[in-house]
Design a protein around this ligand. Sequence first.
Ligand SMILES: C[S@@+](CC[C@H](N)C(=O)[O-])C[C@H]1O[C@@H](n2cnc3c(N)ncnc32)[C@H](O)[C@@H]1O
Length: 324
Amino acid sequence: MLAVDRNPRAVGIARFNARLNALDNVECREGDLFAPVEDCRFDLVVSNPPFVISPEANYIYRDSGRQGDEICRAIVREVPALLREGGYCQILCNWAHLAGQEWPARLAGWFAGSGCDAWVMRSETLDAPGYAALWIRHTERKEGPGLDDQFQRWLAYYQQQGIEAVSSGVICMRRRSGGRGNWFRADDAPPQMRGPAGESIVQGFQIRDLLETLPDPQSLLRRKFRVSPHVRLQQSLQPADSAWLLAQQQLQLTAGLPYAGELDPYMADLLVHCDGRSTLEELVREMAASMGQDLPRLTVHCAEILRRLIEQGFLLPVDEESHS
Ligand SMILES: C[S@@+](CC[C@H](N)C(=O)[O-])C[C@H]1O[C@@H](n2cnc3c(N)ncnc32)[C@H](O)[C@@H]1O
């Protein structure tokens, strides 16, 4: 394992920590971005760069000294050359929302021609004043005129750069050459992380590979899925006419990427019947019959919800060879 940092103190502390924890497979190198490892190839690169977007260059942990979100774009552009085929890169990132541009389209441009599939998970978006206040508060504790001057300087910088808001999140990339072109996806991250999610990320890449190969949205319904063992359904009941009435159903993943959301009782019933033996199409047909609903209309409605449940990991694809 190779660890790189531009700050000699950070490199020294990382070496000390490795020895303290009796790790003999960590080598620490000092230098700028990938310069100290340019001849190496990796299965995994992780980066927590100084991503804060500001006019300042005071703190090496926070300020890259580059314009806007250029530090994250530079990592995205440079890392593919260091990844082995199938290798992953994960970057904690802040990116700018520029006036007149949709952020997913702008970010997609970062990956064009990279030879990598890219999955961006957005955690939060703050408008420019909210973002400036958050990060100024990280370092400046005292009230006073200096604080307001600093705030105005940050806002003037955003205005000059055309930055209206800033999002934070994680970028996941996987090197994949040959065959079909690379894909780009932008999603919202789960509201809160609960623990390691590496397996869910790899699974998420596999699911997105599958979705990319489908000739049309309907063909997803011709496949078989099984409900994830980590799915839980929480029901809230409210009193009504001396009985308990279902008020809300909350679906939750308890491991990996812990997505959550409301689900109506019919969809919850369909979900629990996904045991890998029937296609989604067959299950929707049974649901239409039991509800006396128009099948084509219900199919369109269900296809959208099922796709989201699949993307978020509530439903897992089955290997159809072994279940036929
Ligand atoms: C947000 S801190 C992350 C610290 C630590 N690696 C972690 O993940 O908790 C950013 C780190 O990037 C280092 N850094 C800043 N600019 C860099 C550059 N151009 N090349 C390499 N490291 C850099 C800083 O010294 C700092 O240690």
